[in-house]
Write a protein that binds this ligand. Structure first.
Ligand code: IVH
Length: 568
């Protein structure tokens, strides 16, 4: 039999879900639930908070509603569907597409229009009798969302078009330039510092121009979108009523240009797949010359009657293909190699880089995994290195650019001492790649253990992030996780960045973590990877291993619970 949760529990559950889905939407532009489902969560949370004002607190996501994707945009049925494109991941796939086109058209000569593939959001903008009347996102290709008010704030987009057909739908890509993205990011970071010191939850910081553009387009308040400096390139026609007859795609682009729509200047017409491949490779190298992001090249058959002959598959036109660029790589300076210490004492070397914009965000650090990896790559401080990042993946140092290496450069040597103030000796066993700090009082390990304890998957102490843990630890307020529970508002007020409200909120969320279930508490205070390597070294039988884990869990938990109860 299922039980209805209390309003307090349900509110907590909903806040957690709203924050999680909000981060997926804004932080990663990768939502897991539909907008309607998200709205439902927010509506239910609002209702409960209205009914129980005593349960409202400053950290509720309903109070930072401006940052939420409460998308109640009206649906728009696309009269001409907005289909997607098939992808070619390399030149072989591109040529295979060229062969299919050639086969589909018999022996006819083919002209291809090569266009940059803008990394933004597809849009369909409808003009009736020369006036912008509707702008809709792609949605599922059949039904999109009405974002007219927001799109109308884009300054480079004409709102009225002289001598336009009775109806014309202009299709293109809305995007945020790299400069506009950097500006927004800097503003958001400054705003968050202010919010944190006033005890308010920070707003999500956009990770790349595409994600920032998506968030800006879905604002409920168009004055917010207007400040975001969005741009548009038009590249296709949708429904047209009463316009001229076209025989080629490039005619339609000329027409759009004549009407005053922004059409990308790099668009090039070629007459062979070899020339298409050349265009793709050229722009793969030159993409950084642009002030906006592209993620490939779109190639379209130019002749509109040939397009009709080729037709569509169930999901995409046969007459076009998207050539996707491989993961992006950039050169930058390796300023230093430093070592971080995890909660189990495992050390991880990482590269400190001259910040570089790669794969959609600025990278200043990249993991080097372990000492073997550094040795295998032979990267050295002072080297120019190749950095790679694909999508949201962790940045990686691919290797050094040897032609740029200084003559007197020396291989990097793994430190023998822990970087923490205790400077304990680091230990590396012969049969494992990891180097460990085995000092039980290492303050770096201790801080990591506290951070892990407070993290979302563990005790989930809201507001206790890395910076706060470091500050509390440096000030001597906490030496282990048990100490958290005796930290007072007055003590927090002595730390930089805390105001009365933020200090009260943190103490409250630490105290409310006491109600986490026992399994959470156990998981939060375990050190699984150290146990794992201990097993490898001693090569115990699996039955013994299980016993060892259980006894370790029980004794650790008993010790921990005892200390916790002593402090209450
Ligand atoms: S044409 C039927 N042209 O790429 C043709 N799309 O991977 C439809 N895109 O959904 C699209 N630049 O959002 C076209 N020059 C360009 C493009 C472009 C970016 C996007 C668009 C589309 C996606 C397909």
């Amino acid at each position: 039999m299922s039980r209805t949760p209390s309003p307090k529990n349900r509110i907590e559950e909903l806040r957690e879900q709203v924050q999680y889905h909000n981060a997926r939407y804004h932080g990663h532009d990768d939502p897991e639930i539909s907008d309607a489902e998200f709205d439902q969560l927010v509506i239910e949370l609002r209702q409960l908070e209205n009914d129980h004002p005593e349960l409202v607190d400053d950290l509720s996501p309903t109070l930072s509603v401006g940052s939420l994707a409460i998308t109640t945009f009206d649906p728009v049925v696309h009269r001409v569907p907005m289909t997607s494109l098939d992808n070619a991941m390399d030149e072989t796939e591109l040529r295979a597409w060229g062969d299919r086109v050639a086969k589909g058209l018999g022996d006819q000569a083919v002209r291809y229009v090569c266009e940059l593939k803008i990394d933004g959001l597809a849009i369909s903008i409808r003009y009736e009798n020369g006036s912008l009347v509707q702008a809709a996102t792609r949605g599922d290709g059949k039904v999109g969302e009405d974002v007219t008010a927001n799109v109308a704030t884009i300054s480079s987009l004409p709102k009225h078009v002289a001598s336009a057909p009775e109806v014309v739908e202009v299709r293109g890509e809305i995007f945020m330039s790299i400069a506009a993205f950097e500006k927004l990011k800097a503003e958001r970071e400054a705003e968050n510092l202010e919010r944190i010191s006033n005890g308010r939850a920070p707003l999500p910081v956009p990770v790349n121009p595409r994600n920032a553009g998506a968030g800006s387009l879905r604002q409920k308040d168009p004055t917010v979108t207007a400040k975001r400096d969005m741009s548009v390139w038009s590249y296709q026609l949708g429904e047209v009523v009463g316009g001229p007859e076209f025989t080629s795609h490039h005619d339609t682009l000329d027409f759009l240009r004549t009407l005053g729509f922004p059409v990308n200047p790099a668009i090039t017409i070629v007459d062979s797949i070899e020339a298409v491949a050349k265009f793709c490779h050229e722009w793969k190298e030159r993409r950084h010359e642009l002030t906006y992001e592209i993620d490939g090249v779109v190639i379209k058959v130019d002749d509109l009657s040939q397009r009709e002959q080729l037709g569509f598959t169930s999901r995409a036109p046969r007459w076009a293909i998207a050539f996707k660029f491989p993961p992006e790589e950039k050169h930058t300076l390796l300023l230093d190699i430093q070592v971080s210490v995890g909660r189990t004492g495992r050390t991880t070397p990482f590269a400190v880089l001259e910040p570089v914009f790669v794969g959609g965000s600025t990278v200043g650090m990249a993991t080097l995994h372990n000492r073997n990896q550094v040795a295998a790559k032979d990267v050295r401080p002072g080297d120019t290195v190749v950095v790679r990042k694909a999508g949201d993946v962790i940045p990686e140092v691919v290797g050094p650019v040897l032609s740029k290496r200084a003559k007197n450069s020396q291989p990097w040597v793994f430190p023998t001492q822990c970087p923490c103030p205790v400077k304990s000796t680091l230990v590396k066993l012969d049969d494992v790649a990891d180097t460990r700090c085995v000092e039980p009082n290492c303050p770096f390990q201790r801080d990591q253990r506290i951070m892990y304890f407070a993290s979302r998957g563990a005790m989930d102490i809201e507001g206790l992030g890395d910076r706060t843990v470091f500050a509390m630890s440096d000030a001597g307020l906490v030496a282990d996780v048990g100490d958290l529970y005796s930290v007072t508002v007055e003590q927090l007020l002595t730390l930089e960045g805390f105001a009365e409200l933020s200090a009260q909120n943190l103490v409250a969320s630490i105290q409310s973590s006491r109600s986490r279930p026992l399994p959470k508490l156990l998981v939060s205070s375990l050190h699984p990877s150290r146990r794992g390597s201990q097993f490898q070294r001693t090569q115990r039988s699996s039955k013994n291993c299980v016993m060892l884990v259980l006894s370790s869990v029980v004794s650790k938990s008993a010790r921990f619970l005892k200390r916790l109860s002593e402090r209450q």
